[in-house]
Ligand binder design. Structure first.
Ligand code: ATR
Length: 268
């Protein structure tokens, strides 16, 4: 039986999702079609409704529609509810189930591919937008010692730290007051890398720190900064992309693909 999937976004041209999902399908023996659908910004609902009427089994949602997808779903996983956004939808009879696999994808990449545990670590997250909101709950579930949120607009960091304090030890610090010595992992979850910039931070990373940018596709200014400062380990977000795609694939089909193989194909 053919399974019908797609990704909705704007822009969507450079999306690696069709390639990744087709590799998963080949590995697991599923027959799928996976399209990239460029969606005008005010036509998300009509576009996905048309796709569902064509017999879709599920779809992914990327920038700028994750909030629209959250509203569109008629059932949400706990993870999506807490993230406040949806990047994966599964269609089951009358159910439109929304999931958010970004945060779990990040955890899988950090723990399985990079090989670092988050338990008892001090983690600094730069940025307090949608991306940060999406990764906070899965990170806190790993029982880190502390999650520090730091953002250009400090009030947003304060709000997020407060909202998530019921799930673990969170706090917020102004960007210019960060002390690097005690930080084990820095995650750049700002959208600054999108336009070739980096958050204006006034500290040098310690050489036992892991630096992770959610962005992929090029060496971001944050990654260059980490390299100049001899961070212990530097990663872009390609592994997170593959892992979140695998979680979506499993959510739709029940089959668990081999992500390491796909990641090494993409890195070649
Ligand atoms: P996303 O869904 O990618 O998280 P978003 O919700 O618009 O997008 O959030 C973008 C985040 O990146 C915000 O935390 C933003 O900081 P502000 O809250 O001060 O706007 C941060 N950001 C974007 N460009 C930045 C830059 N050049 N320097 C520092 N932070 C930046």
């Amino acid at each position: 039986m053919m399974h019908k999937f797609a990704v909705f976004g704007n822009p969507i041209h450079h999306s690696l999702s069709p390639d990744i999902q087709n590799q998963f399908a080949k590995q697991t023996g599923f027959e799928i079609s996976y399209d990239k659908i460029l969606t005008p910004v005010d036509e998300f609902v009509s576009s996905v409704k048309a796709f569902i009427n064509q017999g879709a089994n599920g779809f992914n949602i990327t920038v700028p529609f994750k909030l629209d997808a959250f509203k569109f779903a008629n059932e949400l996983t706990l993870n999506a509810k807490i993230a406040g956004s949806v990047n994966t939808i599964k269609i089951e009879a009358n159910k439109i189930i929304g999931e958010n696999s970004d945060g779990i994808g990040l955890i899988k990449d950090l723990t399985h591919n990079i090989g670092i545990k988050l338990k008892s670590k001090v983690i600094l997250i730069l940025g307090a937008g949608g991306a940060t909101q999406g990764i906070l709950f899965p990170i806190l579930k790993q029982n880190p010692n502390q999650v520090i949120i730091s953002n250009r607009t400090h009030s947003k960091a304060i709000r997020l730290a407060k909202n998530f304090s019921k799930f673990g030890n969170t706090c917020s610090i102004s960007l210019n007051k960060i002390k690097h010595e005690s930080i084990d992992i820095i995650i750049n979850a700002t959208s600054a890398s999108l336009d070739g910039r980096m958050p204006n931070i006034a500290f040098n990373v310690a050489n036992n720190t892991v630096c992770y940018d959610l962005m992929y596709g090029y060496q971001t200014p944050f990654m260059s900064w980490a390299k100049t400062n001899r961070a212990k380990m530097i990663s872009d977000g390609l592994g997170m992309l593959v892992e979140q795609a695998a979680i979506a694939f499993e959510f739709w089909t029940g089959a668990k693909p081999d992500t390491k193989k796909v990641l090494s194909n993409l890195r070649r």
